[in-house]
Design a protein around this ligand. Structure first.
Ligand SMILES: Nc1ncnc2c1ncn2[C@@H]1O[C@H](COP(=O)(O)OP(=O)(O)O)[C@@H](O)[C@H]1O
Ligand SMILES: O=P(O)(O)OC[C@H]1O[C@H](OP(=O)(O)OP(=O)(O)O)[C@H](O)[C@@H]1O
Length: 181
């Protein structure tokens, strides 16, 4: 059976990673959205995720339950290893990742694609303020974050999300699932 494709969505805070993932999964329901484990309050809003305390999270790490985990924005993030079973069954999976774990993530699937979203600094600022999930100080820290670069040797598709969301979703779909024939 063909191995599923793993699509990693990366980019600065507020660029639209979760929104683009939502849009892609709506248009392509067979695409599995990977639910992240995060040490964030369960009622923080935004993406659907599994909230865990710091202690519980570290226990999950110790038990080897994650195939990827990282720290950012004062939070811990984990991807459960069961995504590997889905990929092995041939399911395509999409996940919001840190740029810092891309090299490691590339080893998880033979068909690994990075979707790197971009937007202007002004747009990022407006979107984070509009999302209203973080405080002003947290937004400032996100905008100032000095993130790792996307490794040059990976299969990277870079797409601007400065314009309407539906346009971005359609451009991404055309890029990652080009029509055959
Ligand atoms: N193309 C777009 N046009 C307008 N608003 C957008 C667009 N993409 C995302 N947004 C909005 O910007 C905010 C940040 O998007 P989000 O998906 O949470 O970004 P990220 O996951 O990259 O931090 C959200 O309020 C979302 O609704
Ligand atoms: O190392 P970086 O590439 O900068 O990424 C750091 C973190 O930022 C994003 O998290 P999250 O989705 O919680 O935050 P965001 O919605 O503000 O992007 C991303 O998923 C990573 O977990």
């Amino acid at each position: 059976m063909t191995h599923g494709r793993l699509i990693a969505v990366v980019g600065p805070s507020g660029v639209g990673k979760d929104s683009v993932i939502d849009g892609l999964c709506r248009v392509r329901p067979a695409l599995h959205r990977v639910r992240r484990v995060i040490t964030r309050d369960a009622d923080a809003g935004g993406e659907d995720f599994d909230a865990r305390s710091q202690d519980d999270f570290e226990e999950m790490v110790a038990q080897g339950l994650f195939c990827l985990d990282w720290a950012a924005h004062g939070l811990r993030y984990g991807i459960r290893s069961n995504v590997l079973t889905r990929l092995a069954r041939g399911e395509d999976c999409i996940v919001n990742l840190s740029r810092a774990v891309l090299a490691e993530a590339a080893h998880l699937a033979p068909d690994f694609v990075v979707l790197a979203l971009t937007a202007s600094p002004k747009v990022l600022q407006e979107r984070l303020a509009g999302r209203a999930r973080e405080t002003e100080a947290e937004i400032a820290a996100r905008l100032a974050r000095d993130a790792a670069c996307v490794p040059a040797d990976l299969n990277v598709m870079s797409v601007s999300n400065d314009g309407p969301l539906d346009d971005t979703v359609m451009r991404v779909l055309a890029g990652i699932y080009p029509a055959r024939g």
